[in-house]
Each structure stands twice: as C-alpha cells, then as structure tokens.
Design a protein around this ligand. Structure first.
Ligand code: NAD
Length: 516
C-alpha cells in the first residue's frame, strides 16, 4: 500500500510533513529515458577523466560557495519537504557539506596520485611498477530522504574528483532537494556529467540495472539487498550503507548530565530519523534511576519545533507500532508515546524497557524514542549492544577515556564514540561504515576512494636479457634455483643449510641465464 502522502499517479511526496501544505510538482523521469541519461554521463565522463585532478578540483571547489550561498534556499526546501528543523539543516546539510567539498578538494591531488611499487632488484631486474587510481566510470547514486543534501554530496564530491560521472536518484520523498543538489553542479562540470533521475523504486531499480559501473546506495536493508543482487548480476561493485540500531552504553562513572544531553540529542535530532540515532540505551544499574530522570527532564525541556515531524505518515505509524508493542510487553512510557496533532509529528518519547525481545529494541525505529534498559554491568551492556543484527555506530559514556577506548574494541560497530554520539558522519576525514545488516559501504575518509576508483597497475620492463628466469624451458636447473630460494627465504633452516643453498644457487644461476 502506498503511504498516505503519495498517490498512484505520482510517486512523489506532495504534501509537507509539517502541516500537510501542498508541495511543488515534480517531473518523474521516464524509465525508458534512464539509459540515455547514463549514456550521456558516460560520454561526458571520458573527457572529464582525461583532465588533470587540479582542473577537476578547480571546477568542484566552486560547489562549496554555491552550497553556502544557497543556504537559505536549501534550508527552505528541505524544511518543507522532510520537516527537519531549520537549524539542523543549516548545521547538518549546509555547513557540513561545505566542509566536505573543502576537504576533498584539499586532499584530492595527493589521494589520487599514482604510487610507485618497490620491486626486489635481484628477483625482478629492470622492472618498475606504478599503481594508478582510475575512475570507475559512471556511478549510480541512490539516496534516502533523511539527509537529502549531505548524503548525495558526500559521494558526489569525491566521485567526481576521482574522474567519475554520477547519476543521482534522490528519494521520492525528497525529490526537490535532490534537484537542488543536481543544480549545484550545472555550469561547473561538463553537461550530463551529473545526471538526475527522479522517481521511486522502479526508477531506482532501472538505474541500478542500467549500464553503470558501480552503485552507491544508502537506504533500507530491504532495498539494499535488491540493489546488491542487481549489482551481483552485472558483476559490478556496489557500496551499501543501510540502517542502524545504535546503542549508547552509560557506565556508572559517566558524567550523567553530559550523557543525558548527548543521548537526547543523539536520539531526537532529525526526529530520530538518522541511521546513527541512539535507539537503545544500556545503563549500569547504580546510575540507571538518575540517568533516566535526567533524560526525561531534558526531553520535557525541549522547545516546540526542536524535534520536527516524521517525514512520512508511514514512518509515524511505524514509530507508534514500536512504542505500542513495547508497552504491551510491559515497558513503561515515561513521557510522550503518541503522535502529535500537527502534520506527521510524534511526541518525543522515553521508554523504560526490560527485554530486548521487542521490535523497539530489535528493529530500526527511526523515530524520536529513547528506550532505556538497565544492565548489571558493562559486560551485559556490551553483549546486548552487540546482539543487534545492525552495527553502524555505538557510544560509550565514561569519564575514563582509556577504559572507553578499550571497550570500544569490543563493540561490533563501524564507528564508536566515547562521550559523544553520531556526529562523526559529518566529518569527511572519518570513515563511515558498518557491520552486519548495516552493510559494507564506506563513505568519507581516504578509504572511500578505494570504492570510487579502481587500481590499474602498469609494469615497465627494461630488462634487456632474452629470457626471464621463470620462462620456458622448465629444467632441472630452474628447479634447483627455486628450491635454493625457498631455503634462503625461510627462517627455519640452520646456517649450514643456508650456506649450502647459497652455493647451489650461485652454481645454477649462470647455467640458467645461459638457457639451461
Ligand atoms: P529506502 O530503501 O526506502 O529508499 C532509498 C532509495 O532507494 C530511494 O531513493 C528509493 O527510491 C530507492 N529504491 C527503492 N526501491 C529500490 C529498488 N528496488 N532498487 C533501487 N532503488 C530503490 O530507504 P529510505 O526510507 O529512503 O531511507 C531510510 C533508510 O536509510 C533507513 O534504514 C536509514 O537507516 C538508512 N540510512 C542509512 C545511512 C547510512 O549511512 N548507513 C544514512 C542514511 C539513511
């Protein structure tokens, strides 16, 4: 069934989640036109990849000013379309995207530079090798609605700098923000290099099966699986970044005020519609009551508008279902617990839970809900945190930083923050990735470039001899040489055996070089 804000005629969200006000029309891309968009991107990519990285940097750096100069416009569009508070858009979509552009433009030349490979001169005389980092070609970029500007840009910028073309398919819930992202590049890069496909799941499926060289996907587990299958069929790589069920572990020695403030922000920002939202709190029993009281007080102190509505009615209904399910299983609602009156809002909610065997503690809720569970000790907290099928980020709250770092290594998560939560997704220097059903993609940091480029190794041989040691004919002499090398390279044989092997080698080499 389609969510209430969509009709069969139009897959796009047409009303604002804030108050139901009508949104501008969006033109869908005909599925049949997708191959043409990809072909145009491929054509533009050839010339783009031939330019030096410095030329590409010059063109892309201008995107930074465009993002910053269009701050008000971006804020207005995203606020109306997905309902985020304006301050969150300015901080998390505008300023952080400016940082992303600057980071990659500063780092691109060095990160994309070729690398010489050291080869052993005795074994490989006259040979030298270089690793070049080549563009993959056309990258299909399929994105969700929860960060409709920052998520596309975090891949678009490094992908383009690496010499790729990108065809973006934004979510049908945030197509207007998607168009805005596309337009940031118009006139700066060759026509068609950044393509735009507007539509829902059919458009996404068609794009991931089109003649692209890689798919970068961020979204739900169910869709991620489909995209990974489509890529496997075509044997092209994909980067898959999916959901989360992040745990915040609060130790008895934590600064409880900081923990309460940080957890409330980590759970409520973007109304909890953040892949790295705090979705479970495990607190040591000696401080459980005090922490819970503080969290409830911070939540009750939030001003109207600090927490926006859910982006879709479907999302709001899912949050209600999770909260109701926990309540039926015995959880205690300490505040909130129900949908608000305006738009798709849901009251910021704190729930005390006993068992992890409820959807609220197992599945991604993606809403403004903080479930708190008391644990006997840190071992129980880590076991329960790691029991999730997701593994995006996790946080540990303790005054003992070193202990926090040690515990971090026991957590099954791609990112662990000590005394903070979630914000590192906005750091272009830091890898963002997960384990388990969160997927295996890596965005941000130099490691992301490994996905967006492919290595090409070029070896040049200036050896003038007529034949390599290992070429035909395979003779007894070659066998002797190979065995002598094995003895010399192993650390097991004694000095006597090594000396004997050395003399066998010296005796056999001239014969071999003479063709024997
Ligand atoms: P979604 O999977 O419903 O949609 C994501 C995108 O995929 C949309 O553009 C959609 O149109 C497209 N799509 C749908 N069906 C498709 C198909 N068969 N083939 C190709 N594309 C298809 O996800 P959503 O509801 O937009 O986003 C919310 C999810 O994204 C949450 O689970 C959240 O945790 C996750 N997310 C993860 C990260 C991360 O970095 N790990 C970041 C943000 C959001």
């Amino acid at each position: 069934m389609l969510p209430a804000h969509m009709t069969t005629e139009n897959v796009f969200a047409m009303t604002s989640p804030l108050d139901g006000a009508a949104l501008d029309d969006v033109t869908a891309t005909e599925t049949s036109a997708i191959s043409e968009i990809v072909a145009k991107a491929r054509e533009a990519q050839r010339a783009w990849a031939e330019q030096g990285v410095d030329e590409r940097v010059k063109a892309i750096l201008a995107v930074k000013d465009r993002v910053l100069d269009r701050a008000e416009e971006i804020t207005k569009v995203v606020h109306l379309e997905v309902g985020k508070p304006e301050v969150e858009i300015l901080l998390g979509e505008v300023l952080s995207s400016g940082d992303v552009v600057q980071y990659w433009c500063d780092a691109a030349e060095e990160l994309l530079d070729s690398v010489e490979v050291e080869l052993d001169k005795l074994s490989f005389p006259g040979k030298s090798g270089v690793i070049y980092k080549e563009a993959r070609g056309v990258v299909a970029l399929i994105t969700p609605w929860n960060m409709p500007v920052a998520i596309p840009l975090r891949t678009l910028i490094p992908a383009l700098l690496a010499g790729n073309a990108v065809v973006l398919k934004p979510s049908e819930v945030s197509p207007r923000a998607g168009k805005l992202v596309h337009d940031l590049f118009v006139g700066l890069v060759p026509d068609g290099l950044v393509g735009l496909v507007q539509g829902g799941k059919e458009a996404g499926a068609a794009l991931s099966s089109a003649d692209v060289d890689m798919v970068v996907f961020t979204g739900s587990v169910a869709t991620g699986r489909k995209v990974a299958h489509a890529c496997a069929e075509r044997l092209i790589p994909c980067s898959i970044e999916l959901g989360g069920k992040d745990a915040a572990i609060v130790l008895a020695d934590a600064d409880l005020d900081r923990a309460a403030n940080g957890i409330v922000w980590g759970a409520m920002t973007m109304s909890g519609q953040n892949c790295a939202s705090v979705e479970r709190v495990y607190v040591e029993k000696t401080v459980a009551k005090a922490l819970t009281e503080k969290i409830v007080a911070v939540v009750k102190g939030l001003a109207a508008g600090d927490v926006g509505p859910l982006a879709t009615s479907m999302q709001r209904d899912l949050v209600q279902k999770h909260v109701d399910g926990a309540k039926e299983a015995g959880a205690r609602i300490l505040c909130g617990g129900a949908a608000g009156e305006k738009g798709y809002s849901f009251a910021p909610t704190v729930v005390e839970v006993d068992s992890d065997d409820v959807p609220l503690m197992k599945d991604e809720t993606f809403g403004p809900v903080i479930p708190i569970a008391t644990v006997e000790n840190v071992d129980e907290a880590i076991t329960r945190a790691n029991a999730s099928r997701y593994g995006l980020t996790a946080s540990i709250w303790t005054k003992k930083a070193r202990r926090g770092e040690e515990l971090a290594r026991r957590l099954r998560a791609g990112v662990v923050t000590i005394n903070n939560h979630a914000f590192t997704g906005a750091l272009p220097q830091a890898p963002w990735s997960g384990v388990g059903e969160t997927g295996y993609g890596v965005t941000n940091s130099p490691l992301a470039l490994e996905h967006l480029t492919r290595p090409r190794f070029v070896l040049v041989d200036k050896n003038r001899s007529k034949r390599e040691l290992w070429w035909y004919p395979y003779t007894g002499t070659l066998r002797t040489i190979a065995l002598a090398f094995a003895v010399l390279r192993s650390s097991t044989p004694g000095i006597g055996a090594k000396i004997a092997a050395f003399f066998r080698l010296v005796g056999a080499l001239p014969k071999r070089l003479g063709g024997g």
